[in-house]
Design a protein around this ligand. Structure first.
Ligand SMILES: Cc1cc2nc3c(=O)[nH]c(=O)nc-3n(C[C@H](O)[C@H](O)[C@H](O)COP(=O)(O)OP(=O)(O)OC[C@H]3O[C@@H](n4cnc5c(N)ncnc54)[C@H](O)[C@@H]3O)c2cc1C
Length: 459
């Protein structure tokens, strides 16, 4: 099924039929065929000053890889992408290309921009299917670097530094690498075997991955500071709650916990795996970003009737448009301009009391500020409540290092070279910016790796 009517010259998307996909966790978007990819890549105008490259936080040579796709030379296209991005099958799937490279594509002025994201994904998937070329290991230069956190930031910093010849030790607290790619984004958007394959390619560069190592606890800060340089990529895994009456009732989850239980602990396969999650028959999800859409779509697949409550208007939803559309297709009910005020119930949840919101004068973000309408309360029946209203930096390690300067929201403060307030300690990704995107975390990590290299070479 197409997610939207294709514009002139457009390649249709291949989403699986709704009645099939809503019952399983297999990937929704089937991707392009080689014929479609070639035709689509031929649309690129090969601009002399390509704006699409400027729109890409990791500066992939987009026209160069598209030229190779158009010529049917897929391995060369993969090699060009991988010079700048070691996680292309992941980025091709989850990057918000519509507000980055594709937004800059000059073709977009008259018709649809080139489907750069779909093509990146096609190239990476084709390379993986044909057997990835093992990357060359560099000769060690004798310097040791520690990277904390194996999410997109930590993986990218590790890959860049290993390619420069550093011995990289990558510490990850969980039993699997990947960060949000593994425990947050559901498999129907990002299959886990694809994440594993791209992580394996990073490890093949000689990166020494230490799983189940919680830095700040099982690895001390003193041990960490013994390395020649340190990169912190510990993410934003601390979920926010609304402070509502009833938030302590069983059946209330943060989206983070709910998705982790399903993705990483296989709660969807209970009792085969023994980490259950409550399969709500009526689920209320609060929030309007990608995390909220993911939680709602997972709850649908676990069999619930799902209502997504968002305090602003539909046009203000921060989630990617395609994912919002898919959530709707899959039967998630959207209640816009409403906010929960209380979770009802005694031993378990029976409902969620909400209030209607009206849009007032624009706030600092430029969007109309929502305000509750007096006397407009209403109740949604529910037995599960999922809060997806944002998350902040994980304080576990950074609170162990008092010298590390932090911003108002607990994020690690960095300068333009991603240096923290501590000598030889750098940071990037969500721990520095607050919850953002995969590609921004990767871009920060690449720049930090360059700065770390400069610092170590200059002594
Ligand atoms: C459900 C969900 C859906 C999303 N969808 C999208 C999307 O579609 N597109 C997009 O671009 N972005 C999306 N994002 C945002 C994106 O995933 C993040 O911006 C990105 O993962 C940040 O990367 P990171 O490496 O900074 O942190 P993370 O991915 O959070 O990785 C941090 C890692 O550090 C580890 N860690 C933390 N503390 C320690 C410690 N003390 N010792 C050792 N290890 C530690 C954690 O276990 C984790 O593995 C989504 C986020 C969520 C939660």
């Amino acid at each position: 099924m197409r997610i939207s009517a294709p514009a002139k010259g457009a390649i249709p998307m291949h989403d699986r039929p709704v009645d099939q996909r809503v019952h399983d966790f297999s990937e929704v978007d089937g991707g392009m065929t080689p014929g479609e990819a070639t035709i689509e890549a031929e649309r690129c105008l090969q601009c002399k000053k390509p704006l699409c490259v400027k729109g890409c936080p990791v500066t992939i040579e987009i026209p160069a890889f598209l030229r190779e796709v158009a010529a049917g030379n897929f391995p060369k296209a993969a090699a060009i992408i991988k010079e700048q991005n070691m996680l292309p099958a992941i980025c091709g799937r989850v990057c918000p290309q519509e507000v980055q490279c594709e937004e800059q594509c000059i073709l977009g002025l008259k018709e649809r921009p080139v489907a750069i994201g779909e093509l990146e994904r096609f190239v990476a998937d084709t390379e993986r299917a044909q057997g990835m070329v093992a990357p060359k290991k560099q000769v060690h230069n004798g310097r040791r670097v520690a990277v904390v956190g194996a999410g997109p930031a930590g993986l990218t910093a590790s890959a860049e530094l290993a390619r420069m010849g550093y011995h990289v030790t990558l510490f990850e607290s969980l039993h699997a690498a990947g960060g949000v790619l593994m425990y947050g984004i559901p498999a129907f958007r990002l299959p886990k075997e694809i994440v594993k394959a791209e992580i394996d390619a990073v490890l093949a560069l000689g990166v020494d991955l230490k799983l189940n190592h919680l830095v700040g606890r099982s690895v001390t800060v003193a041990e960490l500071l013994d390395f020649d340089a340190v990169f912190l990529g510990t993410g934003a895994g601390l979920p926010y709650f609304m402070g509502l009456p009833g938030e302590n009732l069983p059946g209330v989850y943060s989206a983070n916990e709910f998705l982790t239980r399903v993705n990483l602990m296989h709660a969807d396969q209970f009792p085969v795996f023994d980490t259950p999650v409550k399969r709500g028959s009526r689920v209320v999800v609060v929030g309007g970003g990608n995390v909220a859409m993911d939680a709602a779509r997972v709850a649908r697949r676990l069999g619930g009737k799902v209502t997504l409550v968002y305090r602003r208007r539909e046009e203000d939803l921060p989630a990617r448009q395609a994912e919002t559309l898919r959530a709707k297709e899959e039967g998630v009910d959207f209640v816009m301009c409403a906010n929960p005020v209380r979770i009802l119930g005694d031993r378990g949840i029976t409902g969620v009391e909400c209030v209607r919101m009206e849009m007032c004068a624009p706030d600092q973000s430029g969007r109309p500020e929502p305000a509750p309408i007096e006397g407009s309360h209403f109740t949604i029946d529910a037995d599960v409540f999922i809060a997806a209203i944002g998350q902040g930096p994980n304080p576990l390690l950074i609170s162990e290092i008092p010298q590390l300067k932090r911003g108002k929201r607990g994020n690690v403060t960095v300068d333009s070279e991603f240096r923290t307030s501590m000598p030889k300690v750098f940071a990037g990704g969500d721990v520095a910016t607050g919850a953002a995107t995969v590609i921004l975390a990767m871009g920060a990590a690449k720049s930090a790796a360059k700065a770390m290299d400069r610092m170590m070479r200059e002594g």
